[in-house]
Design a protein around this ligand. Structure first.
Ligand code: GLN
Length: 343
């Protein structure tokens, strides 16, 4: 019997090789690989093991074509990128009104670990800063701590289309050194923003940050959101379509830490970054972009990842509010010269 899976991936790779878009991505890789600015995160020893030269770019269209260059198999911890997706699960679990009563959607202009709550409502500012992400993790339903973690992992697996693991040493280090996050959780408990199961929720938060992904996964996750919540390859729904716009909105306004305003101005693609070096960026209705390079700028965003997204946005006119004609048309670059494989 023919192995359809293999034939499909062969077809995908032949299509990818022939596409001018792939050559474009190769050029981006060559352009930015020599850029050695920034530093690898070192607040826990495990993250400091990342190699500065690691660099991967993966773009996945809503039609399921994928294009990748560089280190797209290299695993790293998802870190803060998880926050956007867990927010989606909390919305599914409780609906907008309840989630909004516990976590606001206002950008802070402050670092991701700032200890600040909205003075009037005592809510954390948004689900992308640590405080808001911890309050969001607290909302995830489940019969037990194991069940809550399983629901989070299952959700990520619907986005990536493959099984995921947790980096246990990273989780344990985050837990051992996470007193700032612990302090925020207790402050929120004081204001009734989280339930009493503080240690269980912090564990869940540290575990969700320690999930191992690669650049391809981040491309697939973003493509799933770009595709209205359905994974373009497996066709599995990862999130109720009604909540996709909520997730993408907070990514746009708060996804790049205290660089979110400038990111929206310069790039205009809803995205989320993590200190592991990943960025997942959603071009609604078109494609998802995943980048990985562990060299971070002072705000915690991947230096090469920012450059790649800036170029893609400019060259293909992908800024959400762009009304001018772009230098290149994405559809043409992806569709033209495609090799059709018959079997
Ligand atoms: N686990 C990290 C923390 O809670 C997440 C940091 C990040 O990616 N910004 O501090």
């Amino acid at each position: 019997m023919a192995d359809t899976g293999n034939l499909q991936s062969l077809a995908h790779s032949i299509t990818a090789v022939a596409s001018p878009f792939r050559s474009y991505l190769n050029e981006l890789y060559d352009k930015y690989h020599p850029l050695n600015q920034g530093a690898v995160a070192d607040y826990i020893p495990e993250l400091a093991l990342a190699k500065p030269e690691w660099f991967g770019i993966c773009a996945v269209t809503v039609g399921g074509q994928s294009f990748e260059v560089g280190d797209c198999d290299q695993l790293f911890t998802i870190q803060s990128i998880s926050k956007a997706f867990v927010y989606g699960l909390a919305l599914e679990d409780h609906g907008r009104a309840y989630v909004n009563s516990k976590v606001s959607v206002e950008p802070t202009g402050e670092a991701f670990n700032s200890i600040a709550l909205d003075e009037n409502t005592n809510r954390p500012y948004n689900p992308m800063v640590n405080a808001g992400a911890i309050a969001t993790a607290d909302m995830i339903k489940g019969k037990s701590s194991t069940d809550r973690l399983k629901r989070i992992l299952d959700m990520f697996q619907r986005y990536t289309g493959r099984e995921l693991d947790i980096n246990v040493p990273v989780f344990l280090s985050e837990k051992a050194t996470g007193n700032r996050n612990r302090a925020m959780a207790y402050l929120m408990l004081n204001f009734g923003m989280v339930s009493e199961r503080i240690e269980e929720t912090l564990d869940l938060y540290f575990q969700q940050c320690s999930i191992l992904v690669n650049a391809r996964d981040l491309g697939m996750m973003a493509a799933t959101l770009a595709n209205g919540g359905v994974n373009p390859i497996t066709k599995e729904r990862a999130i109720d379509e009604h909540y996709v716009q909520d997730v993408i909105s907070v990514m746009l306004t708060c996804g790049m830490y205290d660089y979110s305003g400038e990111w929206t101005y310069r790039v205009g693609i809803p995205a989320k970054s993590g200190v592991g070096g990943g960025i997942t960026a959603v071009v609604p209705g078109k494609m998802g972009i995943g980048t990985f390079s562990p060299l971070l700028d002072a705000k915690g965003n991947s230096v090469r990842g920012i450059k790649v997204c800036e170029d893609l946005s400019k060259d293909f006119g992908l800024h959400l509010f762009n009304v001018a004609k772009a230098e290149r048309n994405l559809e043409d670059w992806i569709e033209s010269n495609n090799v059709t494989v018959d079997w």
